[in-house]
Ligand binder design. Sequence first.
Ligand code: HEM
Length: 531
Amino acid sequence: MPAKSTYETLPVEWRAAYERDRLSPPDYADPAPERRAARMLAAFILTGLCFLALPGTLLGVWNLLSIAEHHAGSGVSNAWIQAHGHAQLFGWVGTFILGISLYVLPKFRGRRLRRFGRAWAVWALWTVGVGWRWWAGVSAQAWRPALIVSGALELLALALVLRVVAFKAGHRGARDDPSKRPSDLGSWLGILGFASLAVALILNLGISIYVVATASLPLYPPVADRVFLLIALWGFAAPMVWGYSTRFVTVFLGLEAPIHRAAGALCTGIGAIVVCALARQFLVADLLTLAVAAAAIWALRVFHRASRPAKLLGVYQRYPAFVRLAYVWLVIGALLGVAADLLPNQAGLGGASRHAITVGFLATLIFAIGPRILPSFLNGRELYSSALMAASLWILNLGCVLRVSSETVAYSAGGAAWRILPISALLELTAVVIFVVNLGITVKRPIPAWLGPDEITAALPLYWYVTSYPETRSMLIGVGLKTLAQVQEPPRSLSLAEAAEADDADVEPMLAGLRSFFSQRQPKRAGRSHT
Ligand code: HEM
């Protein structure tokens, strides 16, 4: 409803429509909240892509090239390695997970995201926190305040996320239904994932305070760093990804429903990994990662025969195979982690394990399933190119095979393996650039119109046109809807025909303009189906 002074100048049809809205709101779905939610999610996705490309992968490649040049893991600053790890795990994977959680968790609970201000505050706090932590590690400039303030900002962002997704809007402290415990595997994995993220971020802040008080460089001590990474990877990133797999991988690959009764065992296992990491029982923790990874694969039925056809529309047709390959990498990573504990003299096993999990599992899974789900979350967009999606998956996995197989050999036996490592780094960089470009263009392209030009009528509400497709506003004003220029939000029940009549304008040029707009925005996919 516009301000009183504006309201009084509006044509009688507009005022009557506002009054109708007040007395009985129209029953069609309001497109505005979805548009705002998609804008918020797009900000998280684009930020995650920026972290992935530059602070994450470019720095990782630089590190690996330096290590290969010096034929030693000590050939590069450990602060840079830690900065790279933080940018990838929190800047990329973490930003994606927080944004997707803010977008989908309210929907999973049957309500809409209403606290957009809080969601944007999360984005700002998290981006500044992670970005500053990265810069402190790389530049060592003002690193003492940077480590502490960035750690506090990250924690604050998480606290806000939990407020948005776990509490009912308007009821301080009240859960949706306190008597109802979640019964599905995905919810429990999400709860454990967020709880572990809280532990990891508190630990991060604690380590930062310790480093600030005792060290001369922004460098976490190796054991503390290992504890932190174990919790971040196996307590937070992997369980969150399994949790979302129960929804998205199951649906898009046409798998049978996950085994929900595995929730207790899986969550106990994840909790035990976090406890063992905190107690510095690394061998036990790594053995548990192997058991938990196997249990997750069983519970998700990733390798069971699909019960329905996979959803392949608009994406690389073989992406289901890469989803399964990601879970193979998960097992390889866990096995290599145990091997690294049992064979401490084989330097490089730890790095090989870490990248089998981060690049092989996390990145492959995100590269395979992200292009399938993210464009449709972003106002029903379509993926820019399935060929680029295919290229990113193949090249990433080729790079990962070379990396994981050559890292241990290079570090312990040397020889030709040192020459393979840079090739692996450049392949992974190429794959990441392709993924970033493909998703970046997808997000930046205009929203397709999931309505044919023949379905455009003067009976549809003006509000629906200008809210769903804000670009139509200036066109409609240009062909005579003068009143629209005066108000931000037209009444929801005012049809285009009524609006034209109110301004004494001809509705036909409006319909022609809209039909031309909608025909230019038609989706590439045949059938215009969302599935
Ligand atoms: C895409 C190409 C990548 C390259 C070239 C790369 C390179 C490196 C290098 C050279 C190291 C140090 C030595 C070692 O552990 O092997 C490292 C460590 C690490 N990387 Fe990567 N990496 C890449 C991708 C990723 C991704 C996608 C993630 C996470 C999602 C990740 C997370 C980490 C972590 C957590 C560490 C350990 C940091 C620490 O010790 O605190 N990396 N990476």
